[in-house]
Design a protein. Structure first.
Length: 448
């Protein structure tokens, strides 16, 4: 999630802007060079919830719901085709004051960003295409059936209709999707208004909108990165190679084990690839500076900006790991490193719980210089690492030792109340690390 408001269970875009396609719900987070994230169908901007915080560490990240989707306006007679959405994207870039942002588009979002660039004059610095609707023919059997029998779907009772949409959504991922996430995608299509919006967008999905682009793909001059889920059952992954061959200066990556909603199945891998592809060059055209309030709303990321620091490690006589930054013999810090594992289905819940009850409490302790929380998804397991930095061994001992003046073993873990409910095993000890760093390579200053 991009912001704390979601931690209560809702994905809430806090800003609105009028466009020719209707009122668009959007929000912006982070600071640095701008990145725009464009979702596809039948999803909404919630699909970017794990990607946006990773990029927001180094970029100004813009997310929005396409007209007719999510929290954006829906109305009778609304134009929601790929061509219409491309025009809206070009309008949004102007409204946001962006000149050459990086952009990522998923599903029809890929077709939208390509059409905005090639036919609407939208200038982008870099393009990332994730399982994009770009090469004809495209369209799932479900889409084709809806278009062929739209009147039958319009008169269908809500129960059977929602069951069909839900069944279709279940095939978007290769791994089971969490029910809360699934409901976020499905809820926008519930009720008579939702059914009308769903059929409206399906009827207007037209291969001609992308067929017009194909002869122009060779004219793209900016770097392009193509990602495709290996298990995509909606769009054949072999299209990645074909598309990369047609676009100059492009590179394709097949994401192992991921389905069409590649960000659902492999959020960490997608975030890492995009962070590598989008340069973190600092504020530039279209960039902005976050307010203090927005900084507080951005969830602490587990994908820090890329740092180039060559490190050597060795073990000293006290069995603590000593890390020496190349060429430095600077100040000494103490690092306390905790490892834990939970089921993937609990990964988001535990991330929030550990941050609120563990990380934030450690940050309040005297002598603490900062805390980092990392998460890595490996199959059905989520691995967590928490590193706290201390000004001295004495400061760390005072906070993590025994009671009544008996410091005890500073490596012993004091588990959080709900750790037994979340963790696959309860680690007894942490690692204690002495850090020798050069000020020019790592700056850790006490918070004010």
């Amino acid at each position: 999630m991009v912001e704390e408001r979601h931690l209560g269970g809702e994905w809430d875009l806090g800003r609105r802007v009028a466009t020719t396609g209707g009122e668009v719900a959007w929000d912006v987070f982070g600071e640095g060079s701008p990145v725009v994230l464009v979702h596809g169908t039948p999803s909404n901007s919630y699909l970017w919830r794990e990607i946006a915080p990773a990029l927001a560490r180094c970029h100004t990240v813009y997310v929005y719901d396409l007209p007719g989707f999510g929290q954006s306006e829906r109305m009778e007679g609304q134009e929601v085709s790929i061509a219409a959405q491309a025009r809206v994207l070009a309008e949004l870039l102007g409204a946001w004051g962006l000149e050459e942002p990086a952009v990522a588009g998923h599903d029809i979002g890929g077709g939208i960003v390509l059409r905005a660039h090639l036919m609407e004059g939208a200038a982008f610095g870099r393009l990332a295409l994730l399982d994009p609707v770009a090469l004809t023919p495209w369209g799932t059997p479900t889409l084709k059936h809806v278009k062929a029998h739209v009147e039958a779907y319009r008169t269908m009772p809500l129960g059977p209709f929602e069951a069909i949409v839900a069944s279709h959504l279940r095939t978007a991922t290769s791994l089971p999707i969490e029910e809360a996430s699934f409901e976020t995608y499905l809820s926008q299509w519930r009720g008579e208004e939702g059914k009308a919006a769903y059929l409206r967008k399906d009827v207007q999905l037209d291969e001609r909108d992308t067929a017009e682009l194909e002869p122009l793909l060779g004219s793209i001059e900016v770097p392009v990165r193509i990602l495709w889920g290996e298990e995509d059952g909606w769009l054949d992954p072999s299209q990645a190679e074909v598309l990369a061959a047609r676009i100059p200066n492009s590179e394709g990556t097949i994401v192992a084990g991921a389905g069409h909603f590649v960000m659902e199945d492999a959020p960490d891998e997608v975030a890492e690839i995009l962070a590598d592809f989008f340069p973190d060059v600092g504020p530039e055209r279209g960039a902005r500076t976050s307010t203090d309030e927005e900084r507080g709303r951005i969830r602490r990321s587990f994908h820090p900006c890329k740092e180039e620091m060559k490190m050597n490690s060795e073990t000293n006589i006290s069995e603590k790991h000593e890390v020496l930054a190349s060429g430095s013999h600077g100040k000494s810090l103490i690092g306390r490193i905790w490892f834990g594992r939970t089921h993937r289905k609990h990964a988001d819940e535990y991330l929030r719980y550990n941050y609120e009850n563990g990380v934030r409490e450690i940050e309040k302790k005297p002598g603490n210089l900062g805390v980092q929380q990392f998460r890595r998804i490996k199959g059905d397991v989520a691995e967590f690492t928490v590193i706290s930095y201390w000004s001295s061994m004495e400061a760390m001992e005072a906070m993590h030792g025994g009671h009544d003046g008996d410091h005890g073993d500073v490596r012993r873990v004091a588990h959080l109340e709900k750790d037994p409910d979340y963790l696959l095993e309860l680690p007894d000890l942490v690692e204690v690390t002495e850090l020798h760093v050069n000020d020019s390579q790592l700056s850790l200053a006490p918070r004010r």
